[in-house]
Design a protein around this ligand. Structure first.
Ligand code: IPM
Ligand code: MN
Length: 330
């Protein structure tokens, strides 16, 4: 039976890269049935619509969501991010943000192959806080970090299970326990409790600032990393930068309990400056499509797509040329 995929091309280069991703999925022989959703900054400017609850409800019966990028410079910051992307992550309970980083190595750098598991529904992203006396000289703004034992533990548990399934079986907790003594303490205790259930997984801990150095100088030390929402956001841009560039960075927003569809999107944004120029690399979107196929049980097709993207012969030219080359290679 065909997998039913909701497609949100979104803004800027989003629709361009998603078109190539869909082309590659079809070339890999996976049967999909797509439903398009016109959402993002452009739709908001046109109709003042961001993401109605009815649309979220329609999505609950789909097998997955495939998203390009959302956001336009004309819309105030936060409106589309919170109203669409974060609403999807929260309302569909996509509590694992999985971002793989694979680098084959070059003259200056050793190869690496690691995955960041970023908690995706809590932390500073939860939206706790507000203003007091806004706009006055006595203005106060707070932005709290929400860490529930349930939310932290389920994310850590997913990371342990992933590490246990990989060859190296190694998991690093990244946090800032020396300063964030409340949140860090909860994360550390949850990590230790779940570790007791996984004696086969070797564990490590890094402060997030030190992890930034290791990402640049010795990323090969990592196998699986688990971290909170904001640390994971920042670290995964760095992960992209040290793994061939953000044009290759893919991500999966997972609801591992499968109580609804999971969502797959490239890490990069809508890049309005290069829309329509053919300069957008569709590889991040294509590899996000491969993560979607993994989650749908189509692992053979997903492996074929990853192998095609790893072949340097597919990786030059315009957006459509790269898409065509990868499709031809699978
Ligand atoms: C990401 C993005 C989002 C985030 C933004 C667009 C809200 O940077 O997916 O990494 O901060 O999570
Ligand atoms: Mn980010």
């Amino acid at each position: 039976m065909a997998h039913r995929i909701g497609v949100i091309g979104g803004d800027g280069i989003g629709p361009e890269v998603i078109a190539e991703g869909l082309k590659v999925i079809e070339a890999a022989g996976v049967e999909i049935e797509t439903v398009d959703y016109d959402l993002g900054g452009a739709r908001y400017l046109r109709d003042a619509i961001v993401l109605p609850d009815e649309v979220i409800d329609q999505w609950r019966d789909l097998d997955a969501l495939y998203l390009g990028a959302v956001g336009t410079p004309e819309v105030p910051p936060g409106l589309i991010e919170r109203g669409l992307l974060l609403k999807m992550r929260f309302d569909l309970d996509l509590y694992v943000n999985l971002r793989p980083f694979v680098f084959a190595g070059d003259e200056a750098h050793a190869p690496h192959d690691f995955v960041v598991i970023r908690e995706n529904t809590e932390g500073t992203y939860a939206g706790e806080g507000g203003f007091l006396r806004k706009g006055t000289p006595h203005e106060v703004a707070t932005q709290g970090s929400v860490n529930t034992r349930m939310g932290v533990e389920r994310c850590i548990r997913y990371a342990f299970e992933l590490a246990a399934s990989r060859e190296r079986k190694h998991l690093t907790l990244v946090h800032k326990t020396n300063v964030l003594t409340f949140a860090g303490d909860l994360w550390e205790r949850a990590f230790e409790a779940v570790a007791a259930d996984h004696p086969e997984v070797e564990t490590a801990y890094n402060h997030v600032d030190a992890a930034c150095i290791y990402f640049v100088q010795d990323p090969g030390r990592y196998d699986v990393i688990v971290t909170d929402n904001l640390f994971g956001d920042i670290l995964t841009d760095l992960g992209g930068a040290v793994s061939g560039g953000i044009g290759l960075a893919s991500s999966a927003n997972l609801n591992p309990d499968r109580t609804g569809p999971s969502m797959f999107e490239p890490v990069h944004g809508s890049a309005p400056d290069i829309v329509g120029t053919g300069a957008a690399n569709p590889t991040a979107a294509i590899l996000s499509g491969a993560l979607m196929l993994d989650f749908l049980g189509e692992t053979d097709a997903a492996d074929l797509i990853r192998a095609a993207c790893a072949d340097p012969a597919t990786q030059s030219g315009s957006t459509t040329e790269i898409g065509y080359a990868v499709a031809a290679r699978v």
